[in-house]
Design a protein around this ligand. Structure first.
Ligand SMILES: *Cc1c(COP(=O)(O)O)cnc(C)c1O
Length: 386
């Protein structure tokens, strides 16, 4: 049976071209970039080339890019690094209630260590209110960290305006751009961003490699001490193949992004409309237009998202309830509760996230089998009484 993979927000398959670019750096060009002989110079130069590619894609300077081991590390680095560097100046951080756990749990950790954190609420579409952001700012505020687009419901925040507010108050602004970078344009100057993090495996690059953009002049304390790599901002021998792969993935994304965003937005809108037309007591979560081109998140009243997923899996369809991290516990998603969903609806949600290989036929097939699955589960559900 063919697998219809609709969980690109969780991870993507490494592009064959990316893999091909990486392979020589495992065995042939294995030199440590910090050494001075010629096999090392090859590694060093190729890393610097990848750094240039990432910087260009963001409208940044290559000196402002630090390679890391992942998206989660970049989030930790940005938030703890700024908190440590600026603790003499203040101890207040502002974030939103719908961030990825890499941000939320980093903030919780800081709260246990003398920092105060404001978790801004969001409206029913998952968008923060700018006037509440303004009101939350105090003379102690040292960092605002708000994600570009949400990984569960796809909502895109008014990042440029948030950055403007941060700048007006002289506060560092960090954004988690893991879901947007490589999928929609992200320019650090247009969006008034001071720090931003990306992750390779969310746009057809390898897993275990990410980057953090740090605008020139922003003070940050390193978390990993040791060698002088990454201009002394992150020690440890570079993941050369991973960084090469990240660079290649950025290069490819630059070529296909615009067409893919248009194509996927069209598929997305059709898919949403067909599901809502064919299944009663279902609702779309997140904003109808300010959302990622590839994200569809729908709640089906009275049934469990997990049961829907198991039934979809039997039909060869891979989807998710939203957050890969919370699928092992039974708490409804913090994002869905934050946008005001009742537990009833929050438990019955499924996220479909498309990719560049998703076709209309794939989605037609989902739309063909989904109503039957929902009907069957509702017939067995004591919670659904209609
Ligand atoms: C996937 C994801 C992360 C985690 O990235 P890793 O590279 O897997 O550590 C963080 N934030 C968002 C919004 C994500 O979608």
């Amino acid at each position: 049976m063919k697998t219809i993979y609709l969980d690109h927000a969780a991870t993507t398959a490494t592009d064959p071209e990316v893999l091909e670019a990486m392979l020589p750096y495992f065995h042939e060009h294995y030199g440590n970039p910090s050494s001075i002989y010629s096999i090392s110079r090859i590694s060093k130069n190729t890393i610097e080339n990848a750094r240039e590619i990432v910087a260009n894609a963001l409208g940044a300077n290559s000196k402002e890019i630090v390679f890391t081991s992942s998206g989660s590390e970049s989030d930790n680095f940005a938030i703890k690094g700024v908190a440590l560097a600026k603790q003499q100046q203040g101890n207040h951080i502002i974030t939103s209630s719908i961030e990825h756990h890499a941000v939320l749990y980093t903030c919780k950790f800081l709260e246990k260590n003398g920092f105060n954190v404001t978790y801004l609420p969001v409206d029913n579409n998952g968008i923060i209110k700018l006037d509440e952001l303004e009101k939350a700012i105090t003379p102690q505020t040292i960092l605002i960290t708000i994600m570009h687009a949400n990984n569960e419901i796809g909502t895109i925040q008014p990042i440029s305006q948030i950055g403007e507010i941060a700048r007006k108050h002289g506060i560092t602004f960090h954004t988690d751009a893991v879901q947007t970078f490589g999928h929609i344009p992200v320019n650090v100057d247009d969006l008034n961003i001071d720090m931003l993090r990306i992750s390779g495996h969310k746009f057809y690059g390898p897993k275990g490699v990410g980057a953090l953009y740090i605008r020139k002049g922003i003070k940050i304390t390193p978390l990993i001490h040791g060698g002088d790599q990454e201009r002394r901002r992150r020690a440890s021998t570079e993941n050369v193949p991973g960084i090469i792969g990240l660079g290649k993935a950025v290069e490819i994304a630059g070529k296909v992004m615009e067409n893919e965003a248009t194509r996927q937005t069209k598929l997305r809108n059709e898919f949403i409309r067909t599901i809502l037309d064919n299944i009663d007591d279902a609702r779309l979560n997140g904003h109808s237009s300010l959302r990622l081109p590839n994200n569809v998140n729908i709640s089906f009243e009275g049934i469990e998202g997990e049961s829907i997923l198991l039934n979809l899996d039997m039909e060869g369809i891979a989807a998710s309830t939203g957050s890969a991290c919370s699928s092992s516990n039974l708490e409804p998603s913090h994002v869905l509760l934050s946008i005001g969903l009742s537990h009833e609806f929050a438990h019955g949600s499924v996220r479909f996230s498309m990719g560049k290989h998703t076709t209309k036929d794939d989605l037609d097939y989902v739309v063909e089998v989904l109503p039957g699955i929902v009907k069957k589960l509702r017939a067995m559900s004591p919670l659904y009484k209609k």
